[in-house]
Ligand binder design. Structure first.
Ligand SMILES: Nc1ncnc2c1ncn2[C@@H]1O[C@H](COP(=O)(O)OP(=O)(O)O)[C@@H](O)[C@H]1O
Ligand SMILES: [Mg+2]
Length: 306
């Protein structure tokens, strides 16, 4: 029950170790392993949360399989029977937390889409009436729905905080054609997922996608629509809480951020530990998001959406 911290504990040296995921480079493919680490405010918390990695991986694979009909994705397989033989002796430790993906040339931006006003988006709107150059109508409330989803990309920094950029800056970095493609594709995926999530009792408030290029084609990579990369609110709490100016019940990382904000932590490493009660509640919420959205299914049933 200690949680999975790193492949290095199994004697495997990852080719790349991010805040949460570790990659083993297999040439044209990557074995992507989701650890139980938790990052908040760009710092990794000291203790991993048992089961968090499997939950994230299962939900991400659920969405990736579902989006295969929409665009190329990096997904190949997550079936334990197809774990490459060189990792077979670690099957028990890796089960449920790995996915084999196609290695892509990363496009180094985070494609954030917001359907509701929360987090840094709310802060910027309150100060300026706009988010990253996108003018919004006056009088919107925190947690309120935007007239339509907006695309608010950020840089992807190797260390430190990602920086918000406006569309012109995105064009300057990746070119007009790719910038248009990133915006249209991100908005389309967000819209489709939002309708599905709503039917399952969750508001998808915002999320972050990453894309790469594979043989020239724009390809969905990284984690997709997990509670680490997205805000999910329960539909049942949403309307009532909005009227009272309260935050909706969240099934995502915001729960942990809210706890950390009650401490006098300056957001520089080292991050504080979570009390066991807070860690367990975070995992309960992540698991509930998985159960509500996927409920054991391999991929979304889009017939519900059409
Ligand atoms: N198919 C892929 N090809 C190449 N890189 C990928 C692919 N999928 C994900 N990545 C990269 O792998 C890393 C995943 O690890 P993560 O813990 O999310 O790192 P980070 O701390 O950068 O967010 C990210 O840097 C992501 O861009
Ligand atoms: Mg990441």
């Amino acid at each position: 029950m200690n949680g999975f911290r790193s492949l290095t504990d199994l004697g495997i040296t990852p080719s790349y170790s991010g805040k949460v995921r570790e990659m083993v480079d297999l040439g044209d493919r990557l074995l992507m392993v989701t650890t139980d680490r938790l990052s908040a405010f760009d710092c990794i918390l000291p203790e991993p949360l048992p089961e968090k990695g499997q939950i994230l991986n299962e939900l991400s694979c659920f969405w990736l399989r579902g989006f295969e009909e929409t665009l190329p994705t990096h997904y190949i397989t997550a079936a334990d029977a197809e774990l490459p033989p060189e990792f077979a002796r670690h099957k028990r430790n890796l089960s449920g937390r790995w996915v084999m993906v196609k290695k892509a040339e990363r496009i180094p931006v985070e494609c954030v889409v917001r359907g509701y006003l929360a987090g840094s988006g709310w802060g910027e709107y309150r100060r300026s009436g706009a988010i990253q150059g996108i003018e919004l109508p006056p009088g919107l409330r925190e947690f309120g729905q935007l007239p339509e989803p907006i695309f608010t990309p950020t840089t992807k920094e190797d260390s430190g905080h990602d920086q918000p950029i406006d569309f012109a800056e995105l064009v300057a970095r990746v070119g007009q054609e790719t910038a248009d493609q990133l915006r249209e594709t991100s908005l389309a995926l967000f819209r489709k997922a939002s309708v599905f999530a709503k039917l399952k009792g969750l508001v998808l408030a915002d999320t972050k996608f990453e894309f790469g290029r594979l043989n020239g084609a724009l390809t969905l990579i990284d984690e997709v629509l997990t509670p680490d990369s997205s805000r999910y609110w329960t539909v049942t709490s949403y309307a009532e809480n909005l009227v009272r100016g309260r935050a909706p019940e969240c099934l995502d990382k915001q729960y942990v951020r809210d706890y950390l904000l009650t401490l006098n932590w300056d957001r520089n490493p080292p991050a504080p530990s979570l009390p066991p009660r807070v860690g367990a509640e975070a995992v309960r919420r992540y698991k509930l998001a998985l159960t509500m959205l996927a409920g054991g299914a391999r991929q979304p049933d889009w017939r519900l959406v059409k």
